[in-house]
Design a protein around this ligand. Structure first.
Ligand code: MN
Length: 236
């Protein structure tokens, strides 16, 4: 069985049992195996207070149980009873410009937050090593330069959106998208596979940081789960 088929099978299994599969997020994230299956809120891989003091408990709880949960609920509503219901989310992203805006906003919201929770952890931070660390150094000159570029993309995204580290034709690129768009969508300026993303919607930081988005961005580097980001890079 080749890898793609295996992941497909894993996705079916996950849908049938309700289990989460730590597979390739680009292939099988909460994939609906049939029209009866629903998108589901994935389990948060840590407690609400795990990312304190950088991301506070209340923000985390509201973000996950209200915002992300809302995207999941509304994504199900948007695809229920339509031919979109049994297509993988990543396939919908490829033609998102032709689909209802509710699928774009809520499908993006579901995907982006599922990635976001995974690429953070308690006692995270530091710098990536191995293949990803080497790629960052050779692409940007140094980790510090990369950090500066990414932070700048996050700080200058006007209004709500995300900053991304994207793999485009085997090269690393920093970008940002508005609203709940992401680099897998046909509407993105930079199209590729996201391996790291930062939510810069006000709901992600306002309770603790108010209008000080740059402080939130600066602190976020302390909770990045580089092993998870590197695993996504290695899988490509
Ligand atoms: Mn959010």
């Amino acid at each position: 069985m080749d890898r793609r088929k295996f992941l497909y099978a894993a996705g079916i299994f996950a849908a049938a049992t309700g289990m989460n599969v730590n597979g390739n997020i680009l292939e099988n994230i909460n994939r609906r195996s049939n029209k009866m299956a629903k998108y589901e809120l994935p389990e948060l891989p840590y407690a609400y207070d795990a990312l304190e003091p950088y991301i506070d408990k209340m923000t985390m709880e509201i973000h996950y149980t209200k915002h992300h949960n809302g995207y999941v609920t509304n994504l199900n509503k948007a695809v229920d009873g339509t031919e979109l219901a049994d297509k993988p989310l990543v396939d919908l992203f490829k033609e998102i410009s032709k689909l209802p805006v509710a699928v774009r906003n809520n499908g993006g919201g579901h995907f982006n937050h599922s990635l976001f929770w995974q690429i953070m952890k308690k006692n995270g931070g530091g710098t990536p090593t191995g293949k990803l660390g080497d790629a960052i150094t050779s692409t940007f000159g140094s980790f510090e330069t990369f950090k500066e570029q990414f932070s700048n993309a996050a700080a200058t995204r006007f209004g709500s959106g995300w900053a991304w580290l994207v793999v485009v034709d085997n090269k690393l690129v920093v970008s940002s998208t508005p609203n709940q768009d992401n680099p897998l969508m046909d509407v993105a300026d930079v199209k590729g596979k996201p391996i790291l993303g930062l939510d810069v919607w006000e709901h992600a930081y306002y309770l603790k940081y108010q209008n000080k988005r740059p402080d939130y961005i600066q602190n976020w580097w302390n909770v990045i789960n580089w092993d998870e980001v590197a695993a996504r890079f290695d899988k490509l």
